[in-house]
Design a binder for this molecule. Structure first.
Ligand code: AMP
Ligand code: ZN
Length: 111
């Protein structure tokens, strides 16, 4: 999508602090973190939300969850959350599917 900010990050057209990547997914630090650990994990292909992603592209969905899980193991202890706000009323502000990986108990150096 031409005008989508997360597509632009995936295409490296605008900068982001990228923390992980696979063939189908990309992870970067949230620009305004709400917990000590706050990473966003997106499919590289554009879907408006997690339902569209799940119903249309299981490979990308698995890639998102896998990358989020790898980063959780790496950067959080055993306590973390992966959440997908879906729809304006639920707090979604960027309409490219993204999981918030958050933790109150990060471990090690966060970069
Ligand atoms: P949501 O409200 O669930 O749609 O989440 C959107 C998230 O994207 C928010 O937590 C924002 O802080 C974050 N965000 C918006 N623009 C950027 C950006 N350019 N780089 C990193 N995070 C961003
Ligand atoms: Zn997009």
């Amino acid at each position: 999508m031409d005008n989508c900010i997360f597509c632009k990050i995936a295409r490296r057209e605008i900068p982001a602090k990228i923390v992980g990547e696979s063939e189908l997914a990309l992870a970067f630090w949230d620009v305004s973190p709400r917990q000590p650990l706050h990473i966003l994990v997106i499919p590289k292909v554009h879907y408006a939300n997690v339902a569209e992603l799940t119903l249309n592209d299981e490979s990308s969905l698995v890639a998102v969850m896998k990358l989020a899980s790898e980063l959780a193991v790496q950067h959080a202890d055993e306590s973390f959350r992966i959440s997908f706000n879906t729809g304006e009323a639920a707090g979604q502000t960027v309409f490219h599917a993204h999981g918030h990986l958050t933790s109150r108990t990060p471990r090690g150096e966060l970069v």
